[in-house]
Design a protein around this ligand. Structure first.
Ligand SMILES: Nc1ncnc2c1ncn2[C@@H]1O[C@H](COP(=O)(O)OP(=O)(O)OP(=O)(O)O)[C@@H](O)[C@H]1O
Length: 721
C-alpha cells in the first residue's frame, strides 16, 4: 500500500508501515548515478526562476597554456582523520496532509505504465524496478520515483544510462502544482554532521586492499585518499542490498562489507559514498554533495575531472593528484534545456558547492568515460565550467570493436605511463563555431589527393571556357547581360552540357518562360534539331515524334520545375525551400533562378535595397553551400543610358553592388547585333569574377550561337560545320 507520512487519520487507516527500503539514512545509487531527490525540481523550467550566473566562473585561461603541457602534481599529504564529533540523528521528512482520492487516481495511472507504487512512500524518493528496462542484466532497482506529499503527482527517472526512462504524471488534470509541495520538502532538508566514528568506518581489510590492487590501486593511494570500509550489522547496511559478492573478508560474510569512499573538504568529512563489490553504490543521506578528492585541487590551475572514485585513484597512480571525481555519475544524455540557475541546478549542486575551487583553474581536463553518458557528463560540466578552459581526453582503442572506457581501465590494461600520456595529450574541448585547422585535415588531404570530387570544377563543355569558368558544387554564379543578350539561352545550354558531361540534374525557377517554351528550348539543345519545321526551322530536319518522346523522358529525369502557380511573385525563401526539397528528393546539383526582378522583393521600410540584396544573397549562398548545389542567379543591369553596345559591367546590375561582391562567379553574356561589326551569331561570355583561382580566371570566351537549335558551339567547332 502506498504510504504517505501523514497526520491524517484516514490515511493512517489506509497506509501500512513504511516500506523497508525507504531508509532514513541512506540514498541508494546505481553505478555512477546519484539519485537527486526529489525528482520534481528537474521538471521545472528555468524560466520559473531568476537566473543570475549560470556559469561557475568567468574565465578565459589566465595565461596561455601550451598544448601537451604536463599537469602539475600536487603533493597534498595524507589526511589525518578528524576526531569524532556528535552525529546528528537522521530526521524524517515532515508529515503533510494528503489526498486519498488523488492518490488512488495516481496509483491507477501509474499501474497502466507498469509502475507499482503500493510499497512506496510519498514525499521521498523510492527505488523500484524499472518497467522499461527491468534493471538491465543486474536487475537493479534503477527507477527513482518521487510522489509528492499529497499524492497529486509522481515523477520518475531510470538511472540506468542505457534506459533513462523518465516521466511525470498528475493524479488529475487539476492536480496541485508540484512546486508547492517541493518547497515544503526542501525545507526539512539539512546537512548532517558526520565523522569516521559516527559512520563506524574501519580501515580496509586485506581482501578489499587486494581488490584495489587488482585494479592497480596501491595501498599508498588508498591510504592517502582515506579509503575505508563499512560492515553490516549497522542499520545502514541491509542484507537486502548485499548478496553474491565475489570477494570478501573471510571473517565477515562477503555480503556484509562495503568500500567507503570518504569525501572531505578542508580536512572535514562531508559525505561518504559506499560501493559493494557487486558495484552497487549508495551514499549518506542529508549530506552535502561535493566533488570527491576536493582538497587535492585547492589552488590548482590544472584540474582533472573524472567520472568515478576509482578513476580518481587511477589518476593518482599515473602521477596526477590534482584530480576530482563527480559524486553522482553521468546523465543519460545532454539536457536540451538551458543551464538552470545555481540554486535550481539540483543535479550539479556538487559543482556549485565547490565553485571556489575552480577560481584559479585555467585548464580543466574532462576525463569522463568514453561512453555516451560519459560524454554527456563532459558536456554538462563544460557548459558550467566554461568550454574555453576545458580540455578532453580520447581513450585509446581497446580492439576493433571499441575503446577503453575510463582511466581505471587504461591503468589496468595499459599502465600508468599510458594513462599519463593520455592526460598530457588532452585536446581542447570543442567550442561550437570555433575550430582549428586540424579538424579539417582529413578534408584538406582529400582535396590535395583530389578524392573529394570536382576539385577543379566541372567543365562547361566549351573548350573556350575551360581556363576561365568551371562549375563548382555549392557556388553562386551571377549571370547578367542586356535584355535579349541570350542569358537564359546560354544557361540552358550550359545545363544541357553539364547533364551530358557529368549527369547533373537541375531545379529551374525560370519565371519568364512558359513551361512548353522552356521544354522546346531545352529539347532543341539536347536533340540538336528544331522543335518545329517551319519559320526558324524550315531549312533543317525537325525532331521526330520518337525523338520528342525520348526527349520528354530526358526532361522529366533531368529537371524539376519551381513555379508559382498563383498570381503572386515567389519569395526567395519559398524558392529555396522548394529547391531544398528538389535536392533531397531528386538529387539535383544545380538551381537556376531567372531572373531576380521576378521575385517578390517586399522588404521592411527600415531596410535599404542594398541590405535586402545582401541578405537575399546570403540566403542563396547558404543554401548552395549547405546542399552542395550550384546556383545560377540571373540579374539584369540597370537601365543603361547612352549605351553604345558594349557589354555591361557587373557593377551595372540594378539593385546593389552586392551582386558582384557576394557572388563566387560573375558572368556577362553579350552578343554582337551589328553585322558590320562582326558575325551576329558571335556570343561573348565575359567572365568578370572568379573567386577560386583553382577553377577559373577572368577573361572572355567566344562561342557561336545556332539560332535554329539554340546550341552554343566553340568557334572552331562551328567553323568545321
Ligand atoms: N547570339 C545570338 N544571336 C541571335 N539570337 C540570339 C542570340 N542569343 C540569344 N538569342 C535570341 O535572343 C532571344 C532572347 O534570348 P534569352 O531569353 O536567352 O535572352 P535574355 O538575355 O535572357 O533576355 P532577357 O534579358 O529579356 O531575359 C531568344 O530568342 C534567343 O534565341
Amino acid at each position: 500500500m502506498l504510504r504517505l507520512p501523514s497526520h491524517n487519520q484516514r490515511f493512517h487507516l489506509l497506509l501500512r508501515n513504511l516500506s523497508s527500503f525507504a531508509s532514513k539514512t541512506t540514498i541508494f545509487m546505481t553505478s555512477k548515478h546519484f539519485l537527486p531527490s526529489p525528482l520534481l525540481p528537474q521538471t521545472l523550467s528555468p524560466k520559473h526562476f531568476s537566473t543570475p550566473s549560470k556559469r561557475l566562473l568567468p574565465s578565459f585561461p589566465s595565461k596561455p597554456i601550451p598544448k601537451n603541457q604536463s599537469l602539475s602534481l600536487r603533493t597534498n599529504g595524507f589526511y589525518s582523520l578528524p576526531s569524532p564529533s556528535v552525529s546528528s540523528p537522521s530526521p524524517d521528512v515532515e508529515d503533510q496532509p494528503s489526498d486519498t482520492r488523488s492518490l488512488q487516481i495516481l496509483n491507477y495511472k501509474l499501474k497502466q505504465l507498469g509502475i507499482d507504487i503500493t510499497e512506496c512512500v510519498a514525499g521521498r524518493e523510492n527505488r523500484l524496478m524499472c518497467p522499461s528496462c527491468n534493471g538491465g542484466k543486474s536487475g537493479e532497482l534503477s527507477l527513482s520515483l518521487f510522489i509528492n506529499l499529497h499524492g497529486y503527482s509522481a515523477s520518475w527517472l531510470c538511472f540506468r544510462a542505457k534506459c533513462g526512462w523518465k516521466g511525470y504524471k498528475k493524479a488529475a488534470a487539476d492536480g496541485k502544482p508540484s512546486i508547492e509541495n517541493l518547497g515544503r520538502v526542501n525545507k526539512v532538508k539539512f546537512k548532517r554532521q558526520i565523522t569516521v566514528e559516527s559512520l563506524q568506518l574501519e580501515p580496509l581489510c586485506n581482501q578489499l586492499t587486494a581488490y584495489f590492487a587488482e585494479r592497480m590501486i596501491s595501498s599508498e593511494t588508498l591510504k592517502r585518499n582515506a579509503i575505508m570500509q563499512k560492515r553490516s550489522g549497522n542499520k545502514i547496511l541491509r542484507r537486502k542490498y548485499f548478496c553474491c559478492i565475489p570477494y570478501g573478508c573471510p571473517k565477515v560474510h562477503p555480503s556484509s562489507i562495503a568500500i567507503a569512499f570518504t569525501y572531505w573538504r578542508k580536512g572535514e568529512l562531508v559525505n561518504c559514498k559506499y560501493r559493494d563489490l557487486a558495484k552497487r553504490f549508495w551514499q549518506e543521506k542529508n549530506t552535502e554533495k561535493i566533488l570527491y578528492g576536493l582538497d587535492d585541487i585547492a589552488d590548482a590551475s590544472d584540474i582533472i575531472i573524472v567520472e568515478g572514485e576509482m578513476d580518481k585513484l587511477a589518476m593518482e597512480e599515473a602521477g596526477f593528484r590534482n584530480c576530482v571525481s563527480v559524486p553522482a555519475g553521468a546523465p543519460p544524455s545532454v539536457s536540451k534545456k538551458e543551464v538552470p540557475a545555481e540554486e535550481q541546478d539540483t543535479k550539479y549542486q556538487y559543482l556549485w558547492n565547490c565553485k571556489e575551487y575552480f577560481k584559479k583553474a585555467s585548464r580543466i581536463i574532462l576525463a569522463t568515460d568514453g561512453d555516451l553518458p560519459g560524454q554527456a557528463l563532459a558536456e554538462e560540466l563544460a557548459r558550467r565550467l566554461g568550454r574555453e578552459r576545458c580540455w578532453r581526453v580520447k581513450w585509446p582503442k581497446k580492439n576493433d570493436l571499441g575503446h577503453f572506457k575510463d582511466a581505471n581501465e587504461v591503468l589496468m590494461y595499459l599502465g600508468p605511463s599510458v594513462l599519463k600520456d593520455i592526460i598530457d595529450n588532452a585536446e581542447l574541448y570543442p567550442i561550437s563555431g570555433l575550430f582549428n585547422f586540424s579538424s579539417f585535415f582529413d578534408e584538406i588531404d582529400q582535396y590535395y589527393h583530389r578524392t573529394l570530387g570536382y576539385e577543379f570544377g566541372v567543365s562547361t563543355g566549351w573548350r573556350a571556357l575551360d581556363n576561365l569558368y568551371n562549375v563548382v558544387p555549392g557556388e553562386l554564379t551571377i549571370v547578367t547581360g542586356v535584355p535579349n543578350s541570350g542569358k537564359s539561352e546560354w544557361i540552358d545550354a550550359l545545363l544541357c552540357n553539364l547533364n551530358e558531361g557529368v549527369g547533373w540534374k537541375f531545379a529551374l525557377c525560370s519565371m519568364e518562360n512558359k513551361v512548353r517554351d522552356h521544354a522546346r528550348k531545352l529539347l532543341e539543345k539536347s536533340i540538336k534539331k528544331p522543335f518545329f519545321g517551319v519559320g526558324y526551322g524550315s531549312n533543317v530536319e525537325r525532331m521526330s515524334v520518337e525523338e520528342l518522346e525520348k526527349g520528354k523522358k530526358w526532361l522529366n529525369d533531368t529537371f524539376q520545375l519551381i513555379r508559382c502557380e498563383n498570381d503572386s511573385l515567389p519569395s526567395i525563401q519559398w524558392v529555396l525551400e522548394l529547391a531544398r526539397a528538389a535536392v533531397l528528393r531528386h538529387g539535383v546539383q544545380g538551381l537556376v533562378i531567372d531572373p531576380y526582378n521576378e521575385l517578390d522583393h517586399q522588404r521592411p521600410v527600415s531596410q535599404t535595397e542594398t541590405e535586402y540584396v545582401s541578405q537575399m544573397l546570403t540566403k542563396i549562398k547558404r543554401f548552395a553551400q549547405h546542399h552542395s548545389c550550384h546556383v545560377w542567379f540571373v540579374a539584369h543591369p540597370r537601365q543603361l543610358h547612352h549605351w553604345i553596345g558594349a557589354p555591361p559591367n557587373l557593377y551595372d546590375i540594378s539593385g546593389s553592388a552586392h551582386f558582384i561582391n557576394k557572388c563566387d562567379n560573375g558572368i556577362v553574356i553579350h552578343r554582337n547585333r551589328d553585322p558590320e561589326a562582326g558575325p551576329v551569331d558571335l556570343v561573348q561570355v565575359c567572365v568578370r569574377k572568379v573567386r577560386n583561382k583553382v577553377v577559373g580566371n577572368i577573361g572572355d570566351a567566344f562561342l557561336s550561337y545556332d539560332r535554329v537549335t539554340g546550341v552554343y558551339n566553340d568557334i572552331d567547332e562551328s567553323q568545321k560545320k
